[in-house]
Design a protein around this ligand. Sequence first.
Ligand SMILES: CC(C)(COP(=O)(O)OP(=O)(O)OC[C@H]1O[C@@H](n2cnc3c(N)ncnc32)[C@H](O)[C@@H]1O)[C@@H](O)C(=O)NCCC(=O)NCCS
Ligand SMILES: Nc1ncnc2c1ncn2[C@@H]1O[C@H](COP(=O)(O)OP(=O)(O)OP(=O)(O)O)[C@@H](O)[C@H]1O
Length: 239
Amino acid sequence: MFIVAVTGGIASGKSTVSMIFSEKGIPVIDSDVIAREIVEPGSKAWTEIREHFGSKVFNSDSTLNRKALAEIVFNDAEKRRILNGITHPKIQKKMFWELVKCFFKGYQMVVVDVPLLFETRKILSYVDKVITVYCDEETQLERLQKRMDMTEEEAKKRIAAQMPLKEKCDMSDFVIDNTGPRENTKEETEKIIQYLQSLNLHWENKLRMFLLSLAILVFLGVTLGGFYLLLAGKLKVSK
Ligand SMILES: CC(C)(COP(=O)(O)OP(=O)(O)OC[C@H]1O[C@@H](n2cnc3c(N)ncnc32)[C@H](O)[C@@H]1O)[C@@H](O)C(=O)NCCC(=O)NCCS
Ligand SMILES: Nc1ncnc2c1ncn2[C@@H]1O[C@H](COP(=O)(O)OP(=O)(O)OP(=O)(O)O)[C@@H](O)[C@H]1O
């Protein structure tokens, strides 16, 4: 299975690009959605956030008060590091299992939409191609304020918490400029999808399937062999 990462800065247009992949029947795993799932009331992350940040970052119905937590972590790098330490391993684990599900469903290609791909690097290790969705700073600030109903100061702080967008572009296989109208972005994205689909992934996918099956067989062999030896040892002792 070929894994394509869509990354970029906050509000640069990742969801806009991911949606175009989705319209072509390519599944999209969105880390922002997973980040919300793992903090549901009673979850491990929810409990750890409560321990570290206190009840002030929760609503009366026990759900996370995202605005209150954002106010803390985007004004304090150390607190952000603590929150990332709680959430990121759980997001990465859930993303990994979502990928495994896609693999067994037989998808040839899957997209992971991860804003902090280069900042955290973990998911980067199993991604085949990276697309960075770029837009100029002025447009990013304007779209962010509009979409999240933020003040200019809040928006600037959120942008500053991420790696500069230009640096992400330099490290990517493809860059989509989403500064202009949506039609341009759609056209650029469709060209990339066409290119990715034209790559002869057939043999690569077969090889991966073979290696995965081999790994499963070795695992089963070692486990069953271990049990057999354990059982045989016990039988000898009991004689
Ligand atoms: C701080 C929280 C509660 C704020 O929630 P809010 O609803 O305001 O934002 P939302 O989750 O929709 O995120 C919007 C965007 O903010 C940016 N962002 C979110 N968390 C971070 C972070 N820790 N560092 C830098 N940018 C971040 C991303 O670009 C993301 O797409 C939330 O973002 C969170 O739990 N963050 C930690 C988990 C995380 O890193 N998520 C990003 C996906 S891996
Ligand atoms: N080309 C465009 N022209 C005008 N508005 C756009 C364009 N692309 C995206 N937008 C708008 O900008 C905002 C951010 O876009 P989008 O949600 O795709 O970004 P994102 O990178 O996924 O954001 P996030 O970092 O929150 O996940 C949205 O309100 C969207 O409707």
